[in-house]
Design a protein. Structure first.
Lengths: 301, 292
């Protein structure tokens, strides 16, 4: 009798654990399918860029290249030797984007840090309203400022130039950078500031000697956020620049739209990948900070 | 003097940024609003014309078409992103070994620009050489997939690419929310004999109302502003079948010399965002005040 019961229990346990393994497998398979779904476009992009047009026409999206060739990468980056003047390639525009991103990120981050500091550690009457006005700047649809901005850039004599784009990105980045630093500094105990003030440190000394040294994480988050946003921007780039002053996303779009006699999908994919590499790299190397920026930017206030 | 400077230094430091924001955000929005009340065509004209441009806007079939597309897009985009995001976050919450890797994979599209995404999807959705050919090669010889060039379906291609890009983000938000729930609550429910499924549906998801709120606001915001992806994927076509308000606005402003009408449409976009964001910010700030 007892042995029988024992057997029964073992059976129940075994079936329960079998059920658990089954669900475990189901879970992994579902997660795996989703992973494939997210990775598929990247896979297609890369293998298409490594095929010849001949092979693209013969095979399909998923077929691996029979022979790996890097010609499309070269064409996308530096053009084809000696042919057509209308030939668009990415190299000059890549540098345009670098020249635009570096100053815009640096300036907006610096002012964001100062603003966040002034708003949290030197409270004054109406500071919350000031912050709210900054905060709302994160949300405005940029269509509502495009036309006056175009006119302003014209009046300043910097329309269709890198400096114009630096100005635009700095101005509209301020809301985000101020928000990030404000939310970070508000969690730092005021006692630290008070102690420094008793020691006779002033506004800037406290900022540079007390706060900045402990701001590394939020600086990384802000720089990544701004870098990604500005590098990936298309609306400002396409509204305020054309021709030689365009940033890379605009150039990529032009390249894909330019319909020469034959559409070269391999070159398009290589170009798209090149335009995506910098932000992808940042994401892979500093994903943690990237995600923190996303969630900080979302749970605002 | 020195004392005054010390005392007012924070305001002096904030000053330039604040003036810049006032001018470039609020001043420009007001300027756009005023231009929408004038007859401006190619250049701004400042004689007041009343709400004529707004009447013109709302009697334009092209604008209606753009708004209708935006509605279709928004409902599907927000709904599907939420669904995929929630499912993935719950699945990832099961103490998976490769969680870090999977999270990275699900979220990487957010690092790409909409132009890159659009270019890649445009190729995959290519009516003769893309997914259609893949399936015919796999033996589904009758398979057709021409949404990209089909007037009735082109708007859905934008949904496909946009969901691919943004659903991982919702996953990240919800996963963070799930992780912040106290373990004790789950344990107590388990002891009471609740199944895992019902714990999520009846206990954990209802606790994540703030996460729902932020996700929905962000997704709505993305969808109202969607411009790049439309340009890269369909350029609003075929015809104007996948046009959206943001595309309409830039078309009128930069190609049709209708800056009055463009401004009117921009004002509509602005008001829509205002209607979504102001209540959200209000409730967020109140929640914070309650916490402190």
């Amino acid at each position: 009798m007892q042995t029988l019961d024992f057997q029964k229990m073992e059976n129940i346990e075994r079936s329960a654990s079998r059920k658990r393994t089954f669900y475990r497998w189901l879970l992994f398979i579902t997660l795996g399918i989703f992973a494939l779904y997210y990775l598929a476009p990247l896979y297609v992009m890369i293998i298409t860029s490594l095929k010849s047009m001949e092979e693209i026409r013969q095979g399909n999206l998923m077929t691996l290249p029979g022979e790996i060739i890097f010609d499309s990468w070269k064409t996308a980056w530096s053009g084809r030797d000696g042919i057509d003047a209308g030939n668009v390639f990415l190299r000059p525009f890549f540098w345009n984007s670098i020249k635009m991103v570096v100053p815009a990120v640096a300036i907006s981050t610096f002012f964001g840090a100062l603003n966040g500091y002034a708003l949290t550690k030197w409270r004054f009457r109406g500071d919350n309203l000031v912050f709210l006005l900054f905060l709302f700047g994160c949300f405005i649809p940029y269509q509502a400022i495009l036309l006056p901005m175009a006119r302003t850039l014209g009046l300043l004599g910097i329309s269709n130039s890198i400096s114009g784009l630096v100005l635009v990105h700095t101005v509209y980045g301020l809301s985000f950078t101020t928000l990030f630093f404000r939310n970070y500094y508000i969690s730092i105990p005021d006692e630290m500031i008070k102690a420094a003030r008793i020691d006779g440190a002033g506004f800037f000394k406290i900022f540079f000697k007390v706060l900045l040294p402990i701001s590394a994480p939020i600086i990384v988050v802000t720089v990544i956020w701004q870098f990604t946003g500005i590098w990936n921007d298309f609306l400002f780039g396409s509204s305020f620049s054309f021709g030689e002053a365009a940033p890379i996303q605009v150039a990529l779009n032009n390249m894909v739209l330019t319909s020469t006699s034959v559409k070269e999908y391999n070159v398009d994919m290589a170009a798209a990948f090149i335009a995506g590499i910098p932000t992808l790299l940042v994401y892979v190397l500093a994903g943690k900070y990237f995600i923190r920026g996303l969630t900080a930017g979302s749970v605002k206030g | 003097m020195f004392y005054w400077l010390q005392k007012n230094l924070p305001k002096i430091v904030l000053g330039p940024s604040f003036v810049v924001i006032l001018w470039f955000v609020y001043g420009f929005v007001l300027w756009t609003f005023y231009i929408s009340l004038t007859k401006s065509k190619m250049l701004p004209r400042y004689e007041f014309w009343g709400f004529e441009q707004h009447f013109r806007l709302w009697s334009s079939p092209r604008w209606f078409n753009a708004v209708e597309n935006l509605l279709i897009f928004t409902v599907l985009f927000v709904g599907i992103c939420l669904l995929i995001g929630i499912i993935l976050s719950i699945l990832l919450d099961q103490k998976i070994r490769a969680e870090g890797f999977l999270r990275t994979v699900y979220l990487y599209p957010m690092a790409l620009s909409f132009i890159v995404t659009g270019t890649a999807w445009k190729w995959m959705l290519n009516p003769s050489m893309g997914i259609e050919k893949l399936f015919t090669d796999w033996g589904f010889t009758d398979f057709t997939f021409d949404w990209l060039v089909n007037r009735d379906m082109s708007i859905y291609t934008i949904v496909i690419a946009a969901v691919w890009q943004s659903s991982g983000f919702v996953m990240a938000l919800f996963l963070a929310g799930l992780r912040s729930i106290d373990d004790e609550i789950v344990k107590a429910a388990k002891i009471d004999g609740a199944s895992l499924y019902s714990i999520y549906i009846t206990i954990m998801l209802p606790m994540m109302r703030p996460v729902f709120m932020s996700s929905i606001v962000i997704l709505l915001h993305i969808s109202i502003k969607s411009y790049d992806l439309v340009i890269a994927l369909t350029a609003g076509g075929p015809g104007i079948s996948s046009d959206m308000p943001a595309v309409f606005m830039t078309q009128m402003a930069f190609h049709r010399s209708e800056i009055g009408l463009a401004s009117a449409s921009a004002v509509m976009m602005f008001l829509t965002v205002l209607a979504i964001v102001v209540p959200y910010l209000y409730s967020e700030l109140r929640r914070q005040d309650a916490n402190t």
